[in-house]
Design a protein around this ligand. Structure first.
Ligand code: ZN
Length: 295
């Protein structure tokens, strides 16, 4: 099972969230059949969403949405407090070659656009409040920098974010995936910030470390270097969708009596695909007729 862990370093001046998401991203990529470059982009967003959800307060459901002008057109990652993550990309076939340093060229399929974080709360108590929406323009398209930019501009948290997905040519397509989010607490001293920036610059490649078996606390240690830290929290992370036949039925019923009646008479059934996980829900004539009576 994938894990996300949180460490506190430098006497509380810095918080580091680190996650291994190889299984989570493998499942996302399998369900959405994304191209190699789209898989890298999608995996980074899923990982970043899980890390962000573990660091922000006051929500039941956190959505990261990238509206991209590049060929991928859009990427969505959604995470809850328990570590369940799901998402999709608008154009799973968007692909590109590799950059001069041998990395998949994520930036060229994302391009410019907007980066949104949507926090919804109140589900647990049946009281849906207005969602809180923060947004910044995409400044990089490589995604990790865009998470850092969002945290600084919208949440006033100076941070460094590393997100990496190592793609194989054959199954399983995701060899390694994970991320680290370093957040400076208010009043953190400049010397500490410089030390961390230096350590990150000289750190080994994130996905190589994960591929060689590094766990979340190894990643925390990798970015903090000599700075003492302790691990304070841990949770499982998993690609898990909340859809169900019951919810699919509610959505169909929501289309209205006339629509369901025509599905029954003309199509002799209905098929609904979950946008988040591609799960298919099939309703035959008998089920539709039963549903129609209850609308
Ligand atoms: Zn689903």
């Amino acid at each position: 099972m994938d894990k996300l862990e949180i460490g506190i370093g430098g006497d509380g001046q810095v918080r580091v969230l680190a996650a291994i998401t190889t299984e989570t991203v493998t499942e996302g990529v399998r369900r959405h059949s994304t191209s190699p470059t789209a898989s890298a982009a999608f995996g980074r967003v899923l990982t970043g969403s899980a890390l962000l959800a573990a660091s922000l307060k006051d929500f039941d459901r956190l959505t990261v949405r990238i509206d991209a002008e590049g060929p991928i057109r859009g990427i969505v990652g959604e995470a809850d407090r328990a570590g369940n993550v799901r998402g999709y990309v608008r154009n799973p076939l968007a692909d590109a070659g590799v950059t001069s340093d041998g990395k998949l060229d994520v930036r060229s399929i994302v391009g410019s656009g907007m980066f949104y974080v949507i926090r919804e709360s109140g589900f647990d108590v049946g009281l849906r409040k207005d969602p809180y929406i923060g947004s910044v323009p995409i400044i990089s398209g490589e995604i990790a920098e865009d998470f850092a930019h969002y945290l600084f501009r919208s949440e006033q948290i100076p941070s460094a974010v590393l997100l990496g997905v190592l793609i194989n040519n054959q199954e399983p397509f995701v060899a390694a995936s994970g991320g680290v989010m370093v957040q400076m607490m208010p009043g953190a001293n400049e010397h500490l910030v410089t030390m961390i920036e230096d350590t990150i610059r000289r750190a080994p490649h994130l996905t190589s470390c994960i591929n060689e078996g590094a766990g979340p606390s190894d990643l925390v240690s990798m970015v903090l270097g000599e700075i003492p830290f302790e691990m304070v929290d841990s949770r499982d992370v998993e690609f898990k969708c909340g859809c169900s036949p019951e919810k699919a039925e509610t959505l169909i019923a929501g289309l209205g009596k006339d629509e369901v009646d025509s599905m029954l008479k003309e199509d002799k059934g209905a098929v609904m695909n979950c946008g988040f996980c591609r799960e298919e829900f099939v309703f035959d004539e008998t089920q539709l007729a039963g549903l129609l009576e209850r609308i």
